[in-house]
Structures are given as structure tokens and as C-alpha cells.
Design a protein around this ligand. Structure first.
Ligand code: UDP
Ligand code: MN
Length: 596
């Protein structure tokens, strides 16, 4: 437990008490000035502690939280919501009590324009589990779990919601401890106020890192202090559904080399709209080494039994991840060379699979996470650092296939030319554990991933002689491809393979084709047989790209009409099929940015 009772803590408490008194004084004064409405608005805050709760510390804690609402503490201004648990920590565990979150808005926003309403919402995740999951019975002797929540400058309310969400949903029999690991946060309220708060919760420990570790390093730190049989890593912005933990523990108990994840739903960071992820879903990555979840709901129609069965997954995201603690250490924890953010989940995934483990998504377990894509609680993202993380993955795990990555990410290629990662220890680990190579991983674990051929002269940026631009893709415009300035980053890479397909981008799932006379990108027809609508022949001598079905040539046509959506775009032209000529608008060249 976090140590309490030091002179510093007592001083801090005195300060808080003073603040509390000042707060009460201000409240009383404002009541005098504003009369009854304000009184009503304040009422819910006064009922935070359950009336029969005689624990002075709990009362004190709630009072401190109230102050946070009423005073414009700078670091809390972004936190629109204040967490109020319906149960007080774990001291009075919820017996048959429906748990929920009440959400209070800051005082200024509590009144509507007429000044009468107190806005209070009940926010708990909607039931999105399959009905069959609700009746599932799990063994009573599941392994114990340590939940490890790393955070760096997470919003106070979000962090506390996550924490209480775990405490409210994880059965006490299995939840051994919850470790909050502070990855060197800078926010004021995450310092003594958080220590204070946590010191009153049973089974919750706060660990502080003295330097910034990043996602993987922070998790490894948490894991080294954990004593549960199973580690459950969780992001600091999650909401757990009831019954989320048991199915995960059961799968790990059955096979200690299994690494499992719940279905991760999404909560919009601003509107709090709940987006249930479609099942079946699994984690994958592309040749750019970017991770994403892929849903294939249509598979359920073919096989309804799939509804509640775990599915194997080539990779898993880090939102929530459960694995045996000994297996975690044995397999090499998180790669300490992957720093700050990005790539750590892909590295762990390839390693787990290649070195004797497996990964799966368990559909009866559901956790939602706040999607903060555009609203990171901390400033990042050092693009070059992210590239270095990817370089480590490529060089440690991808053997000769790493070329495919470097061709699609030329920044990584150039960084790699001037510096090499120190991966000696990881390569040693790989040898010691007797891990499989990447070819095995691609063929056994992730055969869905298209393996580009990237032949010399038949892959790279597709450069047009007349316009001096390259073929580019505008997602979300009916598969429209255009001529745009050549990026040189690898983002315009395509690959004319021996089946005659021109495969686009880092997933390789989109193919060049034609709708009437317009050249478009659409999903590659599953082969065999390959649709000849998507087959091409490149004549190196003339630079012509010939559509096999129509025997017409691809021509770059200068854009004369503004785009129909009214938006401006930087396109220098569109692509059409035209009778073949030797005009430079029909002359193409595959520009290889990284030699094969
Ligand atoms: N995190 C951390 N240190 C860092 C960056 C992130 O401890 O340097 C925490 C972060 O607070 C979150 C988790 O690691 O709980 C994963 O980070 P994030 O949610 O930003 O990653 P994403 O979900 O976008 O992959
Ligand atoms: Mn996250």
C-alpha cells in the first residue's frame, strides 16, 4: 500500500481542510446571493458520500473532490466530468447494487439558461454483450489478477473512472490488486491529490516512475511489482462491462501461453457516444507497421457458433491485454528499446506468437475505451521516435521481409541508413527462446496479409511523364485515384504482381481497376480467379499501362472541372482509360524509392 501518515501528507491534509473551509464559506455566500436554485444545484454534490458512511477519510476525500468542482483549478479545466462512484472504493463492495457513474458538470455549467436545472447524467456502458454470454458460468477457482494501469498525464476524471470501473466490476475473489503506474506525469492533480485519493482505496497501489518510460516500459515496471498470477494491462481511459474479467482469466488459466483481449468498444472523447465494435474482430497490422482492429461481421452469417467463441488474432492492441505473469517475463516483457509510444503492441504480438504463445479476442469480455485520437492527454508524437520503434520491430523480427516495410516507409529507411538499432539482446532472446522466423508467422499466423512482390521496375511510385506527378489515392471518394505531387514517403507505393494486379498501399487489399472508363481502386477480387477488370500489363519500352479486359491504356487527364464536392483538392489530374497512343500522358514509370 501507498505509505500514509508522513508529516508532508498531514500538512497537505491541513491545507485541503483549509481549502474545504474556504469552499464552504464561498458556497454559503453564494447560496445567500443566489437563493434556492443554487441550493438545488449544490445538492447532488452534498450527497456524494453515502449518508451511513462513517469513515472520516471517505468523507474527507469527497469534500476534496467537491472543491475541485467549485474552484477553477487550471489543470482540471479540461476535465468536464467529475467522477462520482456509486460505491465507496472497495470498502463496501457492491452487493447486488447496480453500479453506475454519475457525472457532474463543473459548477458554471450546472445551470441551464433559465438557471433551474442541474445536469446530471448516469453513464454506464450499455449492454452490448451477446445474450449467450450473460448466462456463462466460469470456474470458481480462476487465477488471481493484477490489473496494471499506466498513465501519463491522463485526465483526472477519466483515470478515476477507469480505476473505479475496475473496482466495481472485477470480482474481489480474483482481483488481487490494482497497480496504478504513473509514468512521470506532470499534471498537478496527479501528484499529492492522487496519492491521497488512492491511499483510501483497498487493494490499489500507486507506483511512480522517476523518469518517462513510455507505454511498454511503464507496463514492464508495473509487471515487475505485480504478484497476481495473471497480468491485466489496461489503458487509463477505459470503462469495463460487468463480467469482463472472468472470461479472460479462464482462457489464460486453460493455457498459460495464451494472451487475450476483450472486444474493445469505443467511446467518443467528446460526445461520449458509445460505439460497439462489430464481432468477429481481430487485431492486425499492415506493412507500415501500424496496428488496427479489423471486423468481419459477415463471417457470423456463415457460422453463427462464432458468436461467443474466442477467435485467434495475429496481433492484439494494448487497450486491455491479459496474460500469465510468468509467461510475460519468460517471453521477454516489453522490448525496453521501444520507447514512448507506438509499435509496442505489434512487437509483443509477433514475439508471443513466434516464441510459443498465441493470441485471441474473447467476445464475452467487453471493455470500452475513450477514443482520444485527436485529443491526446499528453503531447506527443515524435514521428522519428515512432519510426525508430518500427525499425526495431523490422530488424528484430521481420528478416528479409523488412524490405517491404522500408519501401513503404522511406523515413524509416533513411533513419536506418544513418543509424542501426542496438538489438543484440533481443536477437539473443529470440535465439534462446527458439522463436520461429517471420516466414512462419506470415504463413501460419497471419496468412491473410498480402505479401507484395515488389519487383524491380514493376513497383514503387507510379510516375506520369507528362504531368510529372504520381498516382495517389483519395480514400472516401468512390475509390477515386488521382495524379498528385509525388510524396517520396512511400505512401504512394504500389506493386504490379505476377497475377497482373496493381496492389495499392500498405495493406495491399486495394487493386487498380476500372469502372467504365474511369480508373479506380477497389477491393481486390479474391483469387483465383482474378477478375480481368483488375489485370494490367506494363510495357516497359513504351511506358504504357494496359488494362487487360479493354486493352485500353491509362491516361492522366488534366482536371478541368472543379470537384463535385465543392472542396478544393491539389490534384493535377484524374486517370482514365483511353485508346493507346504514344503521348506522354500515357507514359508511366515505376519509381523505386528504396532499392530492392
Ligand atoms: N502512457 C504512458 N506513458 C507514455 C504514453 C502513454 O504510460 O509515455 C499510457 C497512457 O496514459 C495510456 C497507455 O499508456 O494509459 C496507452 O497510451 P495511449 O492510450 O496514448 O495509446 P493508444 O491507446 O493510442 O495506443
Ligand atoms: Mn489508449
Amino acid at each position: 500500500m501507498w505509505l500514509r501518515g508522513s508529516a508532508r501528507t498531514i500538512r497537505r491534509r491541513m491545507l485541503c481542510l483549509w481549502l474545504l473551509l474556504v469552499g464552504l464559506l464561498i458556497l454559503t455566500l453564494s447560496d445567500l446571493f443566489h437563493g434556492g436554485t443554487q441550493q438545488e444545484a449544490a445538492t447532488p454534490r452534498r450527497t456524494l458520500g453515502s449518508p451511513d458512511d462513517s469513515d472520516a477519510m471517505v468523507q474527507f476525500r469527497d469534500a476534496a473532490l467537491e472543491l475541485v468542482v467549485d474552484f477553477p483549478v487550471n489543470s482540471l479545466q479540461e476535465d468536464q466530468l467529475l467522477f462520482v462512484g456509486s460505491t465507496q472504493g472497495t470498502k463496501n463492495p457492491p452487493h447486488n447494487k447496480k453500479w453506475g457513474y454519475k457525472v457532474l458538470l463543473p459548477a458554471a455549467k450546472k445551470q441551464d439558461r433559465e438557471g433551474k436545472e442541474t445536469r446530471q447524467e448516469e453513464v454506464s456502458p450499455p449492454e452490448v454483450r451477446h445474450p449467450e454470454c450473460l448466462g456463462e458460468l466460469y470456474s470458481e477457482s480462476l487465477p488471481s489478477a493484477s490489473v496494471v494501469i499506466c498513465f501519463h498525464d491522463e485526465a483526472w476524471a477519466t483515470l478515476l473512472r477507469t480505476l473505479h470501473s475496475v473496482l466495481n466490476t472485477a470480482p474481489k475473489d480474483f482481483l488481487l490488486e490494482l497497480l496504478l503506474v504513473d509514468d512521470f506525469s506532470t499534471r498537478d492533480n496527479l501528484k499529492s491529490m492522487l496519492s491521497e485519493y488512492v491511499s483510501n482505496l483497498d487493494g490499489v497501489r500507486l507506483i511512480r516512475s522517476t523518469k518517462r518510460l513510455g507505454v511498454g516500459g511503464c507496463r514492464s515496471l508495473g509487471a515487475s511489482r505485480a504478484s497476481g498470477e495473471v497480468l491485466v494491462f489496461m489503458d487509463s481511459h477505459c470503462e469495463c462491462h460487468s463480467g469482463w474479467l472472468e472470461p479472460l482469466l479462464e482462457r489464460v488459466a486453460q493455457d498459460r501461453t495464451r494472451v487475450v483481449s476483450p472486444i474493445m468498444d469505443m467511446i467518443h472523447w467528446q460526445t461520449f457516444q458509445y460505439n460497439a465494435t462489430q464481432w468477429p474482430v481481430w487485431g492486425v497490422f499492415n506493412w507500415n507497421l501500424d496496428f488496427y482492429w479489423e471486423s468481419k461481421p459477415e463471417l457470423l452469417d456463415k457460422d453463427p457458433d462464432l458468436a461467443v467463441e474466442p477467435v485467434l488474432s495475429p496481433a492484439l492492441g494494448g487497450g486491455v491485454l491479459a496474460m500469465d505473469r510468468h509467461f510475460f517475463h519468460k517471453v521477454g516483457a516489453y522490448d525496453p528499446g521501444i520507447v514512448l509510444w507506438g509499435g509496442e503492441q505489434i512487437e509483443l504480438s509477433i514475439r508471443v506468437w513466434s516464441c510459443g504463445g498465441s493470441m485471441e479476442v474473447v467476445p464475452c469480455s467487453r471493455v470500452a475505451q475513450v477514443d482520444h485520437q485527436r485529443h491526446l492527454p499528453y503531447r506527443f508524437r515524435d514521428q522519428e521516435q515512432l519510426e525508430r520503434n518500427k525499425i526495431r520491430i523490422a530488424d528484430t523480427w521481420m528478416d528479409a521481409y523488412r524490405k517491404i516495410f522500408y519501401r513503404r516507409d522511406t523515413l524509416a529507411h533513411f533513419i536506418r541508413q544513418s543509424e542501426s538499432p542496438n538489438i543484440t539482446e533481443r536477437l539473443l532472446l529470440k535465439r534462446t527462446l527458439g522463436c520461429q522466423d517471420f516466414h512462419w508467422y506470415l504463413t501460419t499466423v497471419y496468412p491473410q496479409l498480402y505479401i507484395p512482390q515488389d519487383r524491380a521496375g514493376l513497383s514503387g511510385e507510379l510516375y506520369n511523364i507528362a504531368s510529372g506527378g504520381c498516382v495517389d489515392y483519395r480514400p472516401g471518394h468512390g475509390g477515386a485515384i488521382i495524379i498528385a505531387p509525388c510524396s517520396g514517403t512511400g505512401s504512394q507505393h504500389c506493386d504490379l504482381n505476377s497475377d497482373g494486379e496493381v496492389r495499392w498501399g500498405s495493406e495491399g487489399v486495394l487493386c487498380l481497376g476500372a469502372v467504365e472508363k474511369r480508373v479506380v481502386l477497389s477491393e481486390c477480387a479474391s483469387h483465383p480467379p482474378i477478375s480481368n477488370k483488375q489485370q494490367w500489363k506494363f510495357i516497359k519500352l513504351s511506358g504504357q499501362l494496359v488494362h487487360q479486359q479493354s486493352q485500353l491504356c491509362v491516361e492522366a487527364v488534366k482536371q478541368s472541372i472543379p470537384p463535385s464536392d465543392g472542396g478544393s483538392h491539389s490534384s493535377a489530374g484524374d486517370l482514365f482509360l483511353r485508346p493507346c497512343t504514344s503521348h506522354p500522358t500515357q507514359q508511366w514509370h515505376f519509381e523505386q524509392l528504396v532499392s530492392p
